[in-house]
Design a protein around this ligand. Structure first.
Ligand SMILES: Cc1cc2nc3c(=O)[nH]c(=O)nc-3n(C[C@H](O)[C@H](O)[C@H](O)COP(=O)(O)OP(=O)(O)OC[C@H]3O[C@@H](n4cnc5c(N)ncnc54)[C@H](O)[C@@H]3O)c2cc1C
Length: 436
């Protein structure tokens, strides 16, 4: 039977993505039935929640996780799989806003998060299809000076030798498109199969003793005598502490976080498998590619020689009826030679963005924690910050948790009714400027 979630999508099963079709069976995680007591309850079975549950279970703590769909149903199981090293703001931005020392600490954390991701890939025999290399491509010639200045700063101030500049010719040697004018290459970036990653994290958490409950939405959350009462359709969890890790799919569960996140829908299509030589010619070396648009295009090849292309966005929870037709013009803009290529899968997902595009860690009430707002860099950052918050909840001193908690986390302007339309309008305008 179809069960509709807050986005109107079927939460009974994964969306019809390339990822769902190229993965093992979903993680066996029984729906919760009855009343149970636990030290920690995590709401949300994406990278953030799984990172926290895995860390807590490995510390020997009793932890239960509830997920309204199958484990990995949200953004974590459907994203572009692009591995960005760093935060969504540049190090120069941090230097100006937070000072040199904090900027350095944040960069060290970004590297720690990237190293942590490698340990998660090790959980799966196929390393979640990880491939190294990320190209950042400038779609306007005027952007190149800033990109190359960024590369210089990262190399000289942060000693980050993995990042190199790409001239127009170097970039054109790597990508068979005239859509870009130069950019940069990060050898420590890359791409992976995000649903395989979420499932590997879930299985590791179960093996360490975490109890995961799929198809178990939290419908109500309230304090009770022992901590928190997490109500689900067929059972209740009494938990000492709760972590809200519900991403863009959170609906007024923790009202204090509402003004800090805006859900944005992003769309992906995969082609039918291409001739291997044609596929290899599109992206020489098989790196991931992300561009400089306000709402970026992101693309890469899959191990079976498809082009996986992300482009186009919408606001609110309604998704286009024909997502393949929605993505195709964006794909054709970069690769006109593929304008009529058959598309095998097309899907969308919601990611949580914040006003400054940085994630936040909050403790709105005693024993209630919230982590959200990974914007477009959750593949690296969400599992890592999830585990950091899990450790901090268990009482471990954790510098990463403390620093992110101290970072500014502004609200979107406007009250509950005006916030979405005004922000959506502003973002649509910025995205439109990129298309002119
Ligand atoms: C199409 C798309 C492309 C993207 N591409 C990239 C990329 O290439 N690289 C990158 O780094 N990032 C990318 N992102 C962002 C990245 O996916 C997210 O930042 C990251 O997955 C966030 O993880 P999360 O655990 O916080 O949220 P989610 O993975 O969304 O997990 C939250 C979970 O909570 C569950 N939930 C919500 N409410 C409840 C409730 N009441 N009860 C129980 N469960 C609940 C949801 O079902 C969901 O599974 C992309 C996102 C999208 C949508």
């Amino acid at each position: 039977m179809r069960q509709a979630g807050p986005s109107g999508e079927d939460i009974g099963r994964f969306p019809g993505s390339y990822y769902a079709d190229t993965c093992d069976a979903p993680v066996a995680a029984a729906q919760l039935h009855g009343d149970v007591i636990t030290d920690f309850c995590v709401i949300g079975g994406g990278f953030t929640g799984l990172g926290a549950a895995l860390a807590l279970a490995r510390m020997g703590r009793s932890v239960r996780l509830v997920e309204m769909g199958p484990i990995g149903w949200g953004a974590s199981g459907r994203n572009g799989g692009q591995i960005h090293v760093g935060w969504e703001q540049s190090q120069t931005w941090f230097e100006k806003k937070l000072g040199h020392d904090t900027a350095q600490a944040l960069w060290r954390m970004a590297l720690a998060a990237r190293a942590h991701l490698d340990t998660l890939f090790d959980l799966a025999p196929d390393r979640c299809d990880f491939r190294p290399g990320l190209v950042f491509a400038d779609h306007r010639p005027g952007h190149m000076a800033a990109t190359h200045a960024h590369v210089r700063n990262m190399r000289e101030v942060y000693g980050y030798g993995s990042l190199t500049p790409l001239s127009r010719d170097a970039l054109r040697g790597m990508l068979d498109t005239a859509a870009y004018h130069g950019g940069s290459f990060d050898a420590l970036g890359g791409h992976c199969h995000p649903l395989k990653l979420a499932l590997a994290m879930a299985r590791a958490a179960q093996a360490a003793g975490a109890m995961l409950h799929a198809h178990t939405p939290c419908t109500h959350l309230e304090p009770d005598r022992a901590g928190w009462r997490v109500t689900t359709p067929h059972g209740v969890i009494h938990a000492g502490q709760v972590l809200d890790a519900s991403g863009a799919y959170a609906r007024a569960m923790v009202p204090q976080t509402d003004a800090h996140v805006l859900p944005v829908n992003s769309y992906i299509a995969t082609t039918e498998p291409l001739d291997p030589a044609l596929a290899a010619s599109l992206i020489e070396g098989g790196a991931a590619v992300s561009d400089a648009r306000f709402v970026p295009y992101y693309f890469r090849l899959t191990p079976d020689h498809r082009l996986l292309f992300g482009g186009g966005e919408s606001y609110g929870y309604r998704m286009p009826r024909d997502i393949a037709a929605f993505v195709r013009p964006h794909l054709a803009r970069v690769f006109p030679q593929l304008a009529h290529v058959p598309i095998s899968h097309a899907w969308g997902g919601s990611l949580a963005i914040t006003p400054n595009r940085l994630p936040f860690v909050m403790q709105p009430q005693p024993g209630l924690h919230a982590v959200n707002g990974f914007s477009g860099v959750g593949v690296v950052m969400a599992p890592w910050l999830g585990q950091a918050v899990g450790r901090a909840m268990a009482g471990e001193a954790n510098a990463a948790h403390d620093l992110v908690r101290r970072m500014p986390h502004p609200r979107f302007p406007g009250g509950p009714w005006l916030r979405w339309p005004t922000q959506a309008l502003a973002m649509s305008f910025m995205a439109l400027r990129d298309r002119l």
